[in-house]
Design a protein around this ligand. Structure first.
Ligand SMILES: [Zn+2]
Length: 352
């Protein structure tokens, strides 16, 4: 058997690929643009080419291929993705002839990596919750991600938390994602500022210098920000910095996000009794600014039981690719791959 697998994490904008050895050693990593605008057939071809290139770089045929893809997916087929536009693509279409392949849902594959290799290594049942542009979770039961009957399991971002709240992009009302995704936090702060009558030029909040991150893009002159603050895109990272510095509008938006998360996590906790909640993604990088009030709010909602501890994901942007490597080894007939892979090996070399 070949000594490596090809692992690919396919996102809507880019594909992160790697060659991963039998002991978890990351031989090579690379990245390609996902040619989504050229249609699903071109994306499938680009994935196939990327796999070929990675395999050639290692001078041989891989033992297996693992692919993490968005949308509805089984181990054998990418059934549907609104993001990429494909329907019913068999796994074999992505790989060279006779190479065993296994597909996984992007978030669940990241959850598998956190379960086998990362923050959930010694846990059996937990929720992996990456909070980024959107929110989706990986429900981990007995160490494995659970996707439900049709593959819709884990869509915690679309749990209605405020029944009379704002309309979500999905069409439902008051979804968690509408309040607590990184993009929602930035968007809701911008909307609040836009709705505030400008009495003295730049809102104090946007003019306040940040200690660690610039609040206004360096490409945006202060005078522009002053005359047209509404046009300045605000990131969740900036709202976090403003919240930490005491900005009242940012604090409100942040509190709404924490409140929404605490409601969804209380429901999850009562339903599935997880041993931990593993937070990942961009918003979790704000650290205790998020986890401290969230832990407190979650516990306050639960009267007859302890809230599960909140943990930080440890694999970061590598989670999807490493999970895909586990799938690749499973496809190759090594179901227990990852059990002995040391974390320091997984962190080196730096993933592109
Ligand atoms: Zn929704």
């Amino acid at each position: 058997m070949s000594s490596f697998v090809v692992a690919l994490d396919v996102g809507g904008t880019s594909m992160k690929g790697g060659l991963v050895g039998r002991s978890g050693e990351i031989i090579l990593t690379d990245r390609r643009v996902t040619p989504r605008d050229k249609g699903p057939a071109v994306v499938v071809g680009a994935i196939r080419s990327f796999i070929d290139e990675l395999a050639v770089a290692c001078g041989g045929t891989p033992a297996g291929v693992g692919l993490a893809v968005p949308g509805l997916v089984t181990a054998d087929a990418a059934l549907y993705s609104a993001n990429i536009g494909w329907r019913d693509v068999p796994a074999a279409d992505f790989v060279p002839l006779d190479v065993p392949v296994m597909l996984g849902h992007d978030v669940r594959t990241g959850g598998l990596a956190e379960s086998v290799l990362g923050a959930g290594r010694e846990l059996s049942d937990f929720l992996f919750l990456p909070i980024g542009t959107g929110i989706a979770g990986a429900v981990i039961l007995k160490g494995e991600p659970y996707g439900g009957t049709a593959g819709w399991g884990g869509e915690i971002g679309h749990i209605p938390v405020f029944p009379n709240g704002e309309t979500c992009a999905c069409g439902q009302i008051g979804c968690l994602e509408t309040y607590a995704s990184a993009s929602a936090v930035g968007r809701r702060y911008s909307a609040r500022i836009a709705a505030t009558p400008a009495t003295s030029g730049t809102p104090t909040s946007l003019a306040t210098p940040a200690s660690s991150a610039p609040l206004v893009s360096s490409a945006t002159p202060a005078s522009v920000a002053s005359s047209a603050p509404l046009a300045v895109p605000v990131t969740a990272e900036q709202v976090a910095a403003l919240t930490a510095s005491g900005d009242p509008v940012a604090r409100e938006v942040w509190d709404d996000a924490v409140e929404a998360l605490s409601l969804a996590l209380a429901t999850y906790t009562l339903l599935l009794d997880p041993s931990a909640i593993v937070l990942g993604g961009g918003l979790a990088e704000s650290g205790r600014l998020l986890s401290d009030p969230l832990a407190e709010r979650l516990q306050s909602r639960l009267t007859f039981r302890e809230a599960p501890p909140l943990r930080s994901a440890v694999l970061g942007v590598r989670a999807g690719m490493l999970g895909a490597a586990l799938l690749g080894w499973r496809a190759a007939g090594v179901p227990d791959a990852g059990a002995t892979w040391p974390l320091d090996v997984l962190k080196s070399p730096r993933v592109a």
